[in-house]
Ligand binder design. Structure first.
Ligand code: SF4
Length: 121
């Protein structure tokens, strides 16, 4: 589900997507969708920005990779987090954290050294 959500969010580019629109695209409930957004934000892959829509506060989701995408052409393709069994438990101040993840560190090093779009080749 995280993988699918990230693809949807990435496709929205700099416009981002409202949480409610993401739930509709993923055909899930707002409760599960909110949990999913929080999990993605904890990984550092997504930024949630509060927004007033039709008199109600909600969040718009942006893929953090968009900044990289527009400046260097990099994407999150190949990021180990998408296939990681620990994704739901990983986050800042958690026992499993992107700060201490060797897999993520390795992927970022390859990305910064090669400037390639992914590390799969
Ligand atoms: S443990 Fe590493 S690979 Fe897995 S979700 Fe966290 S940062 Fe990504």
């Amino acid at each position: 589900m995280e993988d699918k959500a990230m693809k949807v969010i990435l496709d929205t580019g700099v416009q981002g997507i409202l949480q409610s629109d993401l739930w509709k695209k993923l055909e899930t409930t707002s409760r599960e969708g909110s949990r999913l957004a929080v999990r993605l934000e904890k990984t550092g892959l997504v930024k949630r920005v509060k927004e007033l829509v039709d008199g109600r506060w909600t969040f718009r989701l942006y893929a953090i990779s968009d900044a990289l995408k527009t400046k260097s052409g990099n994407t999150l393709e190949g990021c180990p987090c998408f296939k990681c069994a620990d994704l739901a438990r990983c986050g800042n101040l958690q026992s499993i954290s992107p700060v201490f993840c060797a897999g993520l560190d390795h992927w970022l090093q390859i990305l910064s050294k090669t400037g390639r779009r992914n590390n799969s080749s």
